[in-house]
Design a protein around this ligand. Structure first.
Ligand code: UTP
Length: 290
């Protein structure tokens, strides 16, 4: 059994759904309460035992690299002012030296292409893939739950959630085979099927554990839907050679790539904070009464 050590975060997308906010600021750096979206996802990976964090970035994304670096002057100033609690919080979130790598996608040719750009940094071992748009609220975190299934089944694991059966055309949908070790065998995968053609209402929700053989399939650079190099197309091919299992995630997922999901995430994470909960509840009660 190979230990899962590395995680890939594709952050090279343009974030057009979030303009004008994303004109100069990457969408991964928009804050949910007081942390950038990307911090939640990195924390989820760290909790799952990930030791190396690989970011596939693009132009205008250097601030993500800065965020995961030490800000020497800031840290010195905080120490001088005796703000040791803030300093300690920053240190806890800080990856160790050498734990992060950054590579550029150069052109946004699709998610599959972004993942392929990480091939040299991942090497010949399984890796986690976390779409930073999706932030998840659960204990333990989604990736940690998936690692438990991975340790029992090996192969490839996808987190899945149920959507309204009329909405399958918005998602990558999987077919549900026999139950295995708390998850299930995936026996079909269809990108955005019409409800009548969908094998189920379980959609792929942004967390993956993949075997390195995916890279040679992505390296064929075959264009799929929208003219982009699609990850789902390569996974479909890999499914002919290796098992895929689904982990049914039952926590809360927020699509922070869309304004609605982003607002929901802010509310949900604020409500989960003891120092903010009462304030937000009062505000919502007042708004509800109007
Ligand atoms: P999205 O489909 O959300 O695309 O990508 P996007 O460009 O980021 O956002 P919109 O739709 O224009 O608002 C899903 C994930 O794949 C990454 C994105 O950064 C996001 O994490 N991605 C997508 C890349 O890294 N490169 C690409 O070429 C496409």
């Amino acid at each position: 059994m190979t230990k899962l050590r590395k995680a890939v975060f594709p952050v090279a997308g343009l974030g057009t759904r979030f303009l004008p906010a994303t004109k100069a600021v990457p969408k991964e750096m928009l804050t949910v309460v007081d942390r950038p979206v990307i911090q939640y996802v990195v924390d989820e990976a760290r909790e799952a035992g990930i030791e190396h964090f690989i970011f596939v970035t693009g132009r205008n994304k250097t601030v993500i690299e800065d965020h995961f670096d030490i800000q020497v002057e800031l840290y010195d100033t905080l120490a001088r002012r005796g703000k040791n609690d803030v300093l300690e919080r920053l240190r806890q979130l800080q990856p160790e030296p050498g734990q992060t790598s950054f590579t550029r996608q150069q052109e946004p040719l699709g998610l599959g292409h972004a993942v392929w750009c990480a091939r040299e940094l991942v090497g010949d071992e399984p890796f986690a893939l976390l779409l930073p748009d999706m932030i998840m609220q659960s204990e333990p975190g989604c990736l940690k739950q998936m690692v438990e299934l991975f340790n029992q089944t090996d192969g490839n694991i996808l987190s899945v959630e149920e959507c309204d059966p009329s909405q399958t055309h918005k998602y990558g949908i999987v077919g549900r085979g026999e139950a295995v070790a708390g998850g299930f065998r995936i026996n079909a995968m269809v990108e955005k099927p019409k409800p009548a053609e969908a094998p189920s209402n379980f959609y792929i929700s942004g967390r993956y554990i993949l075997q390195p053989e995916i890279f040679s399939l992505l390296g064929r650079h075959e264009r799929g839907a929208g003219g982009e190099i699609q990850l789902t197309d390569a996974m479909l091919k890999l499914m002919q050679e290796q098992p895929f299992h689904g982990h049914h995630f039952t926590g809360q997922t927020f699509d922070c790539g869309s304004p609605e999901g982003f607002v929901e995430a802010n509310l949900a994470f604020a409500l989960a904070r003891p120092d903010l909960r009462d304030h937000v509840m009062r505000m919502m009660e007042q708004a509800g009464g109007k």
